[in-house]
Design a protein around this ligand. Sequence first.
Ligand code: AMP
Length: 248
Amino acid sequence: MKILVPVKRVIDYNVKPRVKADGTGVDLANVKMSMNPFDEIAVEEAIRLKEKGAATEIVAVSVGPAKAAETLRTALAMGADRAILIETDEEVEPLAVAKILKAIADEEAPGLVILGKQSISDDSNQTGQMLAALMGRPQGTFANTVEVEGDAVIVKREVDGGLQTVKLTMPAIVTTDLRLNEPRYASLPNIMKAKQKPLATKTAADYGVDLAPRLKTLKVAEPPVRKAGEKVADVAALVEKVKALGIA
Ligand code: AMP
């Protein structure tokens, strides 16, 4: 069984994003970029399934600028077998990514597509669900555990009240939640080996997908600054304050 793992290049999670002065987006100049953390978890899960003998090949896919090849090399260094870069300098929306992934899935016929639950750049949480709809296949989102059982995959999903277990007939789409696993670091020898692994470069047009945006960003703004707290002398003073706020 083949596993397709879409990985997105995003601002590194340790970096505090800066909003552009004109409010049109986030400033990406000289900012450290990395693989979306949920996608690292997706790559790790695919590798673990391969190590258990449930999968035979892992194909990493990224839609993004030429530099997204670095993100794919990271996936290859972790343990993916080959990679496909769909190169574009446009900002791509989840629907366009889902359409490209659908076209790739038609070609590659994976048993599983494992995506992150959301990209920390746009926080959309849409691509996996849209892909499942376009492919007409079952989805197990927010996965906490993933087990392959014959032609099915059992996914424990993180839901508000706890864990929900679903059984999906493959091909199926899974999206990863934070507690699914702890991704491995790529070792230096594996980083070197990854340079020899195949990486194909394509365009959206090769898959007949038009990347024109369907959404218009009206404004991007910093979150409001949190107001400083206030210390009170004792409980009585606190009660007075709360009363004054009219919430008690
Ligand atoms: P989103 O719907 O944008 O929150 O993204 C959810 C997941 O879809 C991500 O964690 C990735 O696995 C995948 N994804 C989104 N955008 C891309 C992209 N440009 N290239 C590859 N995978 C992507």
